[in-house]
Design a protein around this ligand. Sequence first.
Ligand code: ADP
Ligand code: 5GP
Length: 204
Amino acid sequence: MIYVVSGPSGGGKSTLIRRVLGSLPGLCFSVSHTTRRKRESEVEGRDYYFTSEEMFRKMLRRGEFLEHAVVHGHFYGTSTREIRKAAQGDIILDIDVQGARQVREKVKRALFIFVLPPSYQKLKSRLERRGLDSPAEIRRRLDRARQEIRSYSRFDYIIVNDDLEEAGRELESIIRCNRRQLVYCRKEIAPILESFRKKRAKRR
Ligand code: ADP
Ligand code: 5GP
């Protein structure tokens, strides 16, 4: 199953995803390709695959991406290879709203979660406090947020990330709850059902 987490930059997507990866077994993170420069705190292959524009375009031509988009002037994309990592379990994607729309068109088994900051002001102060982007970059991200917010209605779930503990619990609950759908637990319950059948056979 694919879980797509989207929403404006600074809304808390990666913070929430990090939490849920730490608390839920059987869930892995989809590492995207990007042409933007690596930040000091980031690790190649853990946060992103940092890729040249030439290589990104080559991969695009070869049809290696499930989705891709230009975000804040750089290419970002989820490779189909990355998604295959999750053949046996669940995978969580942190992607922008354009990418989420492409996944919606291509993948049946996917759930779409939108992370909304509590207000524009709080988003601004979070981006500033995060200290990763220049003032010009922060302005660009805030401008873009005004447009991205409008996509909320195309998502299955909305998390308002005000209190971090609560928002984290909500994301975890959405995934836990989804996993209990009959279609996803047939394999798990098969031996339980089988044990009941054997008992009845013995009595006869
Ligand atoms: P995104 O991945 O959506 O760009 P981040 O997860 O990097 O956003 O969060 C942006 C900043 O806001 C980070 O510094 C993070 O620690 C902080 N943050 C995230 N969620 C909350 C919250 N609920 N309350 C306060 N600060 C938060
Ligand atoms: P950042 O540069 O802050 O890491 O990410 C900027 C934006 O790009 C975020 O909104 C993030 O969700 C989005 N993003 C990251 N990876 C991908 C991806 O593979 N595809 C798309 N469409 N967006 C991505």
